[in-house]
Design a protein around this ligand. Structure first.
Ligand SMILES: NC(=O)c1ccc[n+]([C@@H]2O[C@H](COP(=O)([O-])OP(=O)(O)OC[C@H]3O[C@@H](n4cnc5c(N)ncnc54)[C@H](OP(=O)(O)O)[C@@H]3O)[C@@H](O)[C@H]2O)c1
Length: 317
């Protein structure tokens, strides 16, 4: 089976590429910047040019591909709106997959998304799911709570660098997951008949609010965080302003998510049935404590080494 992975340079996509290669799949990465994706070639994947904002690049990129894993999404820094990539581009990808007789199509969205269908990116995800279900393709859809990896820039680095962390008073508990674990579920789904034309919610072992994560980072980093409270009203106003200019539409869409995170919902799921179905043991799933502990230990060791090298240099003068 040759896998076509789009979004392969992304946080989740790269872990899926690694897992697929480890499991012996032929992997074709559909990328819009070959140079940026060169590390995937070094890992053993093939690179094919495809850009979801340029429809004509898509059909030819699927040549020789048996399954598609779509881990792509528009970047907040892109100059066009998310509609171009997350709606129009994916609509073309589904049509091209149908013509190419793709055997499995894997797609990712957000847990409990139906409750937030007023948010543009979620609206687009819901629409694409509908198109997939009506396409006749063999799809597998994962609804995910959030990634551990996103917490490094949001909390861990600001704690280490003494930078402000902006948080709202209200913070919904979210069961974050390691993208390496999501990649395992993804690749395993390809060999499961029961994952054909099926949806799965994926959640980590424990829920975390912003305040819980900050406390954990403070403990592991040995530093007090500089927390700056921000009201949801201010966030809403920033969103209205960014919505006014086309070049900040993507930022506005991202800010809409902060409204979800201040809701009264708990973003988690009972995973027992899914673990069994995928033959994955709960103990194999990484915990946020362990993930952040490893991150802080690595960084603090590096800082210590740099400091001791500087002391050595100074004393040799
Ligand atoms: N992050 C979360 O917490 C979370 C939670 C639930 C679900 N999800 C979903 O999980 C999936 C992966 O998210 P992620 O955070 O790993 O994404 P990410 O790190 O932002 O990566 C996005 C990927 O999409 C690619 N891409 C963007 N525009 C493209 C275009 N026009 N043509 C082709 N490729 C394009 C990017 O390529 P470049 O490197 O060239 O920019 C990159 O590889 C997405 O569907 C996302 O909605 C994410």
């Amino acid at each position: 089976m040759t896998l076509g992975i789009i979004g392969a340079t992304g946080t989740l996509g790269r872990q899926i590429v690694r897992e697929a290669l480890n499991e012996g799949y032929q992997v074709k990465c559909l990328v819009r910047n070959i140079r940026k994706a060169s590390f995937l070639k070094e890992w053993g994947a093939e690179l094919v040019y495809a850009d979801l904002s340029i429809p004509e690049t898509i059909p030819q990129a699927l040549y020789g591909t048996t399954a598609i894993i779509d881990a792509s999404t528009s970047r907040p820094s892109d100059e066009y709106s998310s509609k171009i990539v997350d709606l129009q581009g994916k609509n073309i990808l589904i049509k091209a997959a149908k013509i190419a007789k793709i055997k499995r199509y894997v797609f990712f969205s957000f847990i409990k998304q139906d409750l937030y269908s007023n948010i543009p990116l979620i609206q687009q995800k819901i629409e694409i799911e509908k198109q997939l279900k009506n396409s006749g393709l063999n799809y597998t859809i994962f609804h995910i709570a959030g990634f551990f990896q996103g917490l490094i820039n949001q909390y861990a680095i600001p704690v280490l660098e003494n930078r402000s962390i902006w948080v709202t008073k209200e913070s919904a508990p979210l069961a974050y997951l390691d993208t390496q674990d999501i990649a395992r579920f993804t690749i395993r789904s390809l060999s499961l008949v029961s994952a054909e034309k099926a949806n799965f919610s994926l959640a980590g072992p424990k829920t975390w609010t912003s305040q819980d994560i900050i406390k954990l980072c403070e403990k592991l980093g040995g530093k007090k965080a500089k927390v700056t409270p921000i009201s949801i009203q201010v966030l809403k106003s920033i969103r209205i302003i960014t919505k006014l200019f086309q070049w900040t539409w993507n930022i506005s869409d991202r800010l809409a998510f902060t409204e979800i995170l201040t809701s009264k919902q708990i973003f988690s799921a009972d995973m027992q049935k899914t673990y069994k179905q995928f033959n994955i043991q709960p103990e194999e799933i990484n915990s946020l404590e362990k993930y952040l502990q490893e991150y802080f230990a690595k960084i603090l060791k590096r800082i210590q080494q740099v400091n001791s090298n500087n002391v050595k240099k100074e004393s040799s003068f």
